[in-house]
Design a protein around this ligand. Structure first.
Ligand code: AMP
Length: 623
């Protein structure tokens, strides 16, 4: 049966730095180009000075001039609690402002003249990818599989699902990025292997150990650090540049100037990427700071050697290897038992990362997959398998829960109910009792994490089981049931075993969005999407019209140049017209509909003038 008899489904790798959308077409997984013809879409959202929302490359391009209202790396914040260590760390380094949500527990971002839930920002990126897929298929796309780092906890998964809903997507499944990469690696092959997926992206590090065989992908262990990625490497370069600059320029602190910082960030990332291919990278940032009254403009000129970059980031690479070591030990697997190591994520292009992996495993990592595309391809394979069910595309994914799940018990301790690395979906039951005489209610606080102390773990949500029969402490049995779905999302229920009194929650608290808030955002986005579609079609109409005029003008240039050869203003007129043509072409490249609109009329006048001139009636007036 042809794929197009089904509604198309897509797989999305919603990355910290870049996102990718893919599909399976006629049995072949492939990445879908975005409407600008690129395979990677920067995970960047902005509100421009004129109030327009921008997503992807177009948002990235204006980041330097609009740092306050350009949001990157939102994935680092999604599903995080306000006040958590990660959020506090992010606040110190991000150029945009973070604020607490209305209930004080989730994180929101100030962008433009509004405060945005993080899930809404990610939703805008997903909506952009959805629109790219729709342009590719020429029809509506509503179903998707979205990937998340294996180490994401319940709150982060739930918030990612919310982002999908905001984008108008039915997220059929959330799957783990390394598992997704393994799916793409094993697709169409008949392999029986134990593999490690080493996934170092822009913001997170993930490692998974899988047994692959006969279309079954059995994850035996996962580990990771959701706060270790390419951005940390970039920051090391930035800090080094800031420090050297201050030393050379009499203490001038670049961190004071947001625009300078943004340029520094871009240049640091670029130098890091360049150094994967060359031994020395030049960093040139003219007019970086100053230039006002009484303070001369200062330029940054620096060379960064690959060795220096490796020295600056050695501890980060070591941290990755420590996580790999711990994950293998956890499940009792030795490095020598691994048949293949799959490198995923742009950061694995860095030679010192590859070397560390090679040294640890004593083997060359696999080169068969494209590190930036493989996760989206795997998600597309899973989306396809979920839709088609039968036939050669059938795959069985046996994923695991990345962190211990449990509840708070007396004394502030954490009681694990479902240990990490348990295959999901799963459900487990545990019987608790009252800790005081005549206690008629218990508070169940659900937590996820690695510590024995409840306070050090992530609180996912809490609820109260009331109406318990009064009795001596320890006499009443309370049955607590934990469920983890195939998406890794948690629900918990508690029941008094005598009265049958029952309470349950799907732990949704950390996404930070109430159902009402979600619905309101979804309604707003429908309006925004319609407006965007209108803008895109206006832009396309203008582009076609202006490109036609440009063609005509360019064809007339030789005749006009000849006709004006004797004129005093001739050369000037042709130069001005050519400059205008270049401006129009730049506006087309930048997809700037507003600019194009203003230039369209002038361009048209130039054409009329040129037509007159080439017809032999000289006129000494420039366009
Ligand atoms: P991903 O999340 O997989 O898109 O990975 C993005 C991260 O990979 C960013 O931090 C990039 O700077 C980094 N990256 C991309 N290409 C390279 C490269 N050639 N060398 C080093 N890092 C890279």
């Amino acid at each position: 049966m042809s794929d197009l008899e089904f509604e198309p489904v897509i797989g999305i790798d919603l990355g910290t730095t870049n996102s990718v959308v893919a599909t399976v077409l006629d049995g072949v997984p492939r990445v879908i180009q975005n409407r600008s013809g690129q395979l990677l879409t920067p995970s960047i959202v902005a509100v421009a000075k004129n109030g327009r929302r921008l997503v992807g490359q177009i948002a990235k391009r204006q980041a330097v001039t609009n740092p306050d209202s350009t949001v990157f790396a939102a994935k680092r914040l999604i599903g995080r609690r306000w006040g958590s260590r990660e959020v506090e760390d992010a606040r110190k380094v991000l150029p945009y402002d973070l604020v607490a949500g209305p209930e004080g527990n989730d994180v929101r971002i100030r962008m433009g003249d509004r405060v945005w839930p993080v899930a809404e920002i990610s939703g805008l990126i997903l909506a952009e990818l959805k629109a790219d897929a729709e342009a590719f298929f020429g029809r509506q796309v509503t179903r998707a599989v979205v990937t998340v780092p294996a180490y994401f906890n319940d709150g982060q998964r739930q918030a990612t699902k919310d982002a999908g809903r905001i984008a108008g997507l039915d997220v059929a499944r959330i799957i783990n990025e390394p598992t997704s990469a393994a799916l793409a690696y094993g697709f169409g092959k008949c392999v029986e292997k134990k593999v490690v997926v080493f996934d170092l992206g822009g913001g997170t590090f993930d490692v998974s150990i899988l047994d692959i065989g006969q279309s079954v992908y059995d994850v035996v262990g996962v580990g990771g650090d959701t706060y270790l990625g390419g951005e940390d490497f970039d920051r090391r370069v930035m800090d080094w540049l800031t420090f050297s600059f201050a030393k050379e320029k009499g203490g001038v602190d670049l961190r004071r100037d947001k625009m300078a910082l943004q340029r520094l960030k871009d240049a640091s990332e670029k130098a890091k990427c360049d150094l994967s291919g060359v031994a020395v990278a030049g960093i040139h940032l003219p007019f970086l700071i100053g230039g006002g009254e009484g303070c001369p403009a200062l330029h940054l000129e620096k060379q960064l050697q690959r060795e220096k970059l490796e020295e600056l980031t050695k501890d980060l690479v070591d941290r990755c290897i420590q996580v790999v070591d711990r994950t293998l030990r956890d499940v009792g697997v030795r490095p020598s038992q691994i048949d293949d190591v799959i490198l995923v994520g742009g950061m694995t292009r860095m030679p010192s990362v590859q070397k560390a992996v090679r040294d640890f495993f004593g083997r060359e990592p696999s080169r068969g997959v494209h590190p930036e595309e493989v996760v989206a391809l795997g998600a597309a394979i899973q989306a396809h398998a979920l839709t088609h069910r039968k036939g050669s595309t059938e795959v069985l994914l046996l994923d695991v829960t990345p962190q211990n799940l449990g509840i708070l018990v007396v004394g502030g301790y954490f009681q694990t109910i479902i240990p990490r690395n348990t295959t999901v979906p799963t459900s487990q039951m545990h019987v608790f009792t009252t800790s005081q005489d005549n206690q008629t209610s218990v508070r169940i606080a659900v937590l996820q994490g690695a510590s024995d102390k409840a306070i050090e773990n992530e609180l996912l949500g809490e609820f109260v089981l009331a109406g318990i029969r009064p009795a001596i402490r320890g006499e009443v049995g309370i049955e607590v049931n934990f469920d983890i779905s195939a998406d890794g999302i948690v629900s918990v229920s508690a029941r008094d075993m005598v009265t049958g009194q029952c309470q349950s929650i799907t732990v949704t608290a950390t996404s930070g969005l109430t159902e009402d808030e979600l619905k309101r955002i979804m309604d707003e986005n429908v309006d925004e999407l319609l407006a965007r579609k209108q803008l895109v079609s206006d832009f396309e109409r203008r582009r076609e019209a202006t490109e036609k005029i440009i063609g005509e003008i360019e064809a007339l240039v030789p005749a006009v140049t000849a006709a004006l050869a004797r004129s005093r203003f001739g050369k000037d007129a042709v130069n001005k017209a050519q400059a205008m043509v270049q401006r129009v072409q730049a506006a087309i490249r930048a997809q700037d509909g507003d600019q194009l609109g203003t230039l369209e009329e002038q361009l048209d006048r130039t054409l009329q003038l040129f037509k007159g001139l080439s017809g032999g009636a000289p006129e000494e007036r420039g366009p």
